[in-house]
Ligand binder design. Structure first.
Ligand code: ZN
Length: 808
């Protein structure tokens, strides 16, 4: 024990000398939010999401994994027939402990505190003698683990999650120690960190984490203990990454090992987005703590690439589902946008850190865009269901068009719990005798300044629904103080600081600022209105950010958004969703460039939101294939609030011109048919197969269904008509996910029709085609029938699936 005490004293000395971010965030514990937007969300996170996520951790065996590992270490009998499903399941427990700890910091809860103590005991019991903590291996130590290989760390550079788990443990441990002052989890974390220091480094194991976050975690342990070894190790793990290594994974862009980190200049195509965001955040931390400018130079270039070419208008990043990765420059699809919730959280961690390095509001502009749109879209209003993916358009037919209470890979819910609990920490920052006001939220804060003063700062506002913000500045002692008030890019005709998006036209009303009721000039410095004066208690600042409804257009190289507009008001991006629009349809809408749009607050809708309304056109094809247009009202809701009222259509980027619009197909005999499907296809809606739309390709994931995992099977789909109909032609568009999954076009198929009670084959004129990426059309001798049947034979060893089936 003595040795620890000595270390602790040494640590305290070291802490006094620490270099860190030039600007410091005002901690969330010093900021009390009292508004109708964030306060209820944070309360829902505390009372619903955190207990719910702990419950899921228990129900799904994630906590049991620690118990089993503990039994394995003690030589007690336990069920070890199975590996834990994923080796990173441990992090789902750590992340919720982190979120719960933040919550405890501001809201004492003895029951929750005791529950976490119980979890920490289980975690401690799962730790091996030398500090190693990774339940997947400890439960089954003798056989090669599917993700992490036969021995410790051997596959770390590729995809093992041993270091990833520990990174999340460190974040949780730092949070728990700060919240409770208890060292229980911190000591467990430090034992693992000491093992890492003994294991990794020059001349020892020279490998990087297969999934980043240990860099950020080690930086936190360094801040808590002052032990320089942790910081050095974080830096080592960044510097060792790259193609120069002989380790497996060297050169692989998926884990950002295509170049040394200091040489990187873009969020590389195919690079896993969450890994990237955590790595950039870790680089910023290490740069702040060491003064390593080569990291900052790399981050500045990477930021220009992301903000200039790879950021969705909702602030989402990581466009591709394949590899959960960044796409090419300007590859920003809508329906298939992946935009993992974790990547949004990571994007905000990163942009916040860049602000702390540069004191420039352009990073806060991105952070705010993500926060109010593509991040909080990840959790339902009731706090119990989550999105893993956050697309910008939906048919309502895909599994991903509906929030889920949990996931097999459950990274996103835990990230929500920890992020939401710490939101008040993103509002203010300080340095010397200066305060930065970054976000506008009704709150009261006690800002402890570097120079020893305390400033009581308050905001009164209805933001994000209203741009009027009244602030009071109450220093505890007189003296000059600089207040930097962010004037958001969206209020300065600049959605973000790049040419990726622009507003149509100009905002007619200017931003205004008053100090103690008198108009003040706005002299912008890095996006902040800066006021230096001697403040006294009761002084006021009034900022008015006009919030007209704006039309956003994307850079012409964003193919998916050509001819389309997104609607933004203040920081909020809007979407058309099915319940608010005629016939529950929005994907056939066209919003003329001249349509007048107005905003109004609806207190009863979606916990209180602004909606944008106006006149649009609903487009449909007539029997001759000509577009028919009908004037109709359109109502848009905040994007973040979609999918809280069931499954259906949603669209952010609305067509302005016919060329990109999607008129409703003319109804056919198939449109009104009842669908019956054999076997047990995955839980999906079948309705999409008869909607007459044309899929992008056979592997389009928007609205297909399949019989996976059945293989080599024979299946049927029946159309039963309301009354007998004459049919002479069918077309089938197969689902086929070659390269990703095990579904292929079938070996063969045929059509049958109902004659009385019997199914008889039609007399086909054409071949039954099995081509990918097109309709396989079969004409046949016309039949008058009450029902049609599609009989499909899978290839051996493959499953089958269907995109569309037309009949006329
Ligand atoms: Zn996730």
């Amino acid at each position: 024990m003595k040795a620890i005490t000595v270390l602790w004293v040494a640590a305290a000395v070291a802490m006094a000398q620490q270099r860190d971010y030039p600007v410091k965030p005002v901690p969330f514990t010093a900021v009390h939010i009292d508004d109708t937007f964030w306060a209820p969300r944070i309360e829902t996170n505390r009372t619903v999401t955190i207990p719910f996520a702990f419950g899921k951790d228990e129900e799904t065996g994630r906590i049991d994994n620690f118990i089993r590992a503990g039994k394995a270490l003690r030589g007690e009998p336990f069920d070890n027939k199975q590996f834990p499903p994923y080796p990173f399941d441990d992090t789902d427990v750590y992340k919720v402990i982190e979120g719960a700890s933040y919550s405890l910091s501001v809201h004492p809860d003895p029951k929750l505190d005791a529950y976490i103590d119980g979890l920490i005991e289980k975690i401690g019991a799962a730790q091996e003698k030398d500090g190693y903590l990774y339940t997947a291996r400890t439960i089954n130590p003798l056989v090669p683990h599917p993700w992490s290989g036969k021995d410790r760390w051997v596959l770390e550079g590729v995809n093992s999650h041993e270091l990833y788990d520990l990174g999340h443990l460190y974040e949780a441990a730092a949070a728990h120690y700060a919240a409770t002052g208890k060292r229980s989890l911190l000591d467990i974390a430090l034992r693992t960190a000491n093992l890492l220091c003994d294991t990794f480094g020059p001349g020892k194991r020279e490998i990087w984490p297969g999934h980043q976050i240990v860099e950020m975690g080690l930086a936190k342990l360094y801040r808590v203990t002052g032990d320089i070894r942790y910081l050095n190790l974080a830096k080592f793990m960044l510097d060792v990454r790259g193609p120069q290594s002989k380790e497996q994974g060297a050169g692989n862009p998926y884990v950002q090992a295509q170049m040394r980190v200091v040489d990187q200049s873009e969020a590389v195509t195919g690079g896993h987005a969450v890994r990237a965001m955590y790595m950039y955040s870790g680089m910023a931390d290490v740069a702040a703590l060491t003064g390593e400018m080569s990291y900052v130079n790399a981050l500045d270039k990477i930021w220009d690439n992301v903000a200039g070419k790879k950021l969705h208008v909702t602030g989402g990043v990581g466009a591709r589902a394949a590899g959960e990765s960044f796409g090419a420059n300007y590859e920003l699809p809508n329906m298939s946008a992946y935009n993992e919730t974790c990547a949004a959280v990571g994007n905000d961690y990163w942009n916040h850190r860049l602000f702390l390095l540069h004191a420039d509001s352009k990073y806060v502009d991105v952070m705010e865009r993500t926060l109010y749109n593509g991040l909080i879209s990840g959790v339902s209003l009731d706090g119990k269901t989550f999105f893993y993916q956050n697309p910008l358009e939906a048919t309502g037919n895909a599994g991903k068009d509906q929030r889920s209470p949990w996931f097999g890979v459950a990274c996103c819910p835990g990230n929500i719990t920890r992020f939401m609990a710490s939101v008040p920490g993103y509002i203010y920052a300080e340095r010397g005798d200066a305060i930065w006001v970054n976000l506008f939220v009704a709150n009261a804060a006690d800002i402890k300044m570097d120079n020893g003063r305390t400033v009581h700062f308050t905001q009164e506002t209805r933001y994000p629904w209203d741009g009027a913000v009244k602030m009071t500045v109450g220093p505890d002692q007189a003296g000059a103080l600089t207040v930097h008030i962010r004037v958001p890019g969206w209020a300065r005709n600049l959605p973000i600081a790049s040419d990726l998006y622009h507003f149509e036209g100009a905002s007619s009303e200017p931003v205004t600022l008053k100090v103690n009721g008198k108009p003040a000039t706005i002299a912008l410095d890095k996006g902040y209105a800066t006021i230096t004066r001697t403040w006294k208690k009761g002084d006021t600042i009034e900022l008015n950010l006009p919030m007209p409804v704006r039309r956003v257009q994307a850079h012409g190289d964003v193919v998916a958004d050509r001819g389309r507009v997104a609607i933004q008001r203040g920081p909020i991006v809007f979407a058309a969703e099915w319940p608010d629009n005629p016939d529950g349809k929005v994907r056939n809408l066209l919003l003329p460039a001249t349509a007048k749009l107005t905003a109004e607050y609806r207190p009863g809708l979606l916990n209180g939101v602004d909606v944008v309304t106006g006149k649009a056109e609903g487009l449909a094809y007539d029997q001759q294939g000509k577009i028919v247009r009908q004037s109709q009202s359109v109502t848009l809701i905040p994007y973040y609030a979609w999918a809280n009222r069931g499954r259906g259509q949603m669209m952010v980027w609305l067509p302005e011109i016919d060329a990109v619009a999607r008129p409703l197909p003319y109804p056919t005999v198939a449109s009104g048919a009842k669908i019956t499907v054999s076997g047990k296809p995955q839980q999906r809606s079948f309705d999409a197969i008869k909607d007459g739309e044309i899929p992008a390709a056979s592997n389009d994931h928007a609205g297909y269904f399949d019989w996976w995992p059945a293989k080599g099977n024979t299946e049927t789909v029946d159309y039963t008509f309301a009354q007998s109909a004459k049919v002479a032609e069918c077309g089938v568009y197969w689902f086929d996910d070659s390269g990703q999954g095990g579904v292929r076009v079938p070996a063969s198929w045929r059509l049958l029709y109902k004659d009385g009670d019997a199914w008889k084959p039609v007399v086909a004129i054409d071949q039954y085609g099995v081509a990918r990426d097109k309709f396989n059309v079969v004409k046949f001798t016309p039949v008058i029938t009450a029902a049609l049947r599609l009989e499909i034979q899978a290839q051996a060893n493959f499953s089958i699936g269907l995109q569309k089936w037309t009949a006329k």
